[in-house]
Design a binder for this molecule. Structure first.
Ligand code: MN
Length: 328
């Protein structure tokens, strides 16, 4: 009876406090990434190395109340934990991400949204690959090279030693990793021996750009107007004339009423992306054109400021009706 009580007591205590991390499922076979990453490396890397990080992480967290914390929460405050949590928590997070961003599927491509961001930041996808390869080569000893989204929502390439990662409050460059490459020898030694460069050149063949894009778009969502440049153009003129008018400054609208009208007209003549075409009511577009015509007429006839403001408000309301339609 007494024994049973203790067993029950410790079981409950364990359930209460232990955060039991587990090996995530691998979505492809160990040999699926051949010839770029060999079967034996994959098997040992996943079954032995990753599992060991998880076992040691669970051990290191025993007795600490972290039930309500995600691994990300822990890593963001990792300075408050032991080195064992830092090394093994990092190890678990990093490898989980690594398996996700690899794929046997050939020639996956980043989405247009991610590709634009890459080209804006690095010039081209190839220069990003080169930069990450160089970072991986110059990382002394074991570590990781990362593509992250930083606090300004910009892409950045960085590297960390050991099992550190950019989420941790103990590293120099913080951000959310969307692509991580393991440059520990255990990731490539069986096939590539000391030739880290060959490993880094080859790994690009099995990077899952669809998954990397998904991670990117979760952090930096695609805007509803990203594919409709005419409305972005209209919005630019609308916001730089309407907002000053709210402050009593009518100079911008007086200078640009013709331009506002032209941009409104081009909403109907420019190509509307199919996904929006079905949502936007054409009558609302006509109304917007009429509203802008009205603003322009009042400006030209040197109407009273209060009348121009009223007309511009109306055009602005109609614009937001269109925005609302696009969102549904
Ligand atoms: Mn590894």
């Amino acid at each position: 009876m007494k024994t049973l009580f203790f067993v029950l007591f410790f079981t409950l205590a364990f359930i209460n406090y232990a955060q039991n991390f587990q090996l995530p499922k691998l979505n492809y076979e160990f040999n699926a990434l051949e010839p770029y990453i060999d079967e034996a490396t994959m098997k040992i890397h996943y079954e032995k190395h990753h599992q060991t990080y998880i076992n040691n992480l669970n051990k290191a967290l025993q007795g600490q109340d972290v039930t309500n914390l995600s691994l990300e929460d822990i890593l963001k405050n990792v300075s408050k934990y032991s080195d064992a949590v830092r090394n093994n928590g990092g190890g678990h997070y990093n490898h989980t991400l690594f398996w996700e961003i690899l794929t046997p599927q050939k020639n996956t491509q980043p989405t247009a949204h991610l590709k634009n961001a890459i080209e804006k930041q690095f010039g081209s996808l190839d220069s990003l690959k080169n930069l990450m390869t160089q970072k991986g080569l110059s990382q002394f000893g074991s570590g990781w090279v990362w593509l992250i989204v930083n606090s300004e929502k910009k892409l950045e390439v960085t590297s960390t030693p050991n099992q550190d990662n950019p989420l941790m409050d103990v590293v120099k460059t913080n951000g959310i990793p969307i692509l991580g490459i393991d440059v520990w020898e255990h990731a490539y030694y069986l096939k590539y021996q000391n030739k880290r460069n060959d490993y880094l050149q080859n790994i690009w063949n099995v990077i899952n750009w669809e998954e990397v894009s998904k991670k990117y778009e979760k952090i930096v969502p695609k805007g509803i107007f990203d594919d409709w440049s005419a409305i972005k153009e209209f919005h630019k003129v609308m916001s730089s004339t309407f907002h000053p008018s709210e402050e009593g400054d009518l100079e911008p609208i007086k200078k640009r009423s013709q331009e506002l009208l032209d941009k409104a007209k081009s909403l109907k003549t420019s190509p509307i992306p199919n996904e929006l075409k079905s949502k936007v009511n054409m009558a609302t577009l006509d109304k917007l054109i009429k509203d802008c015509e009205n603003v322009h007429k009042l400006v030209k006839s040197k109407a009273k400021d209060s009348e121009i403001i009223k007309a511009l408000n109306q055009a602005h309301d109609t614009f937001h009706e269109i925005v609302g339609q696009c969102k549904h």
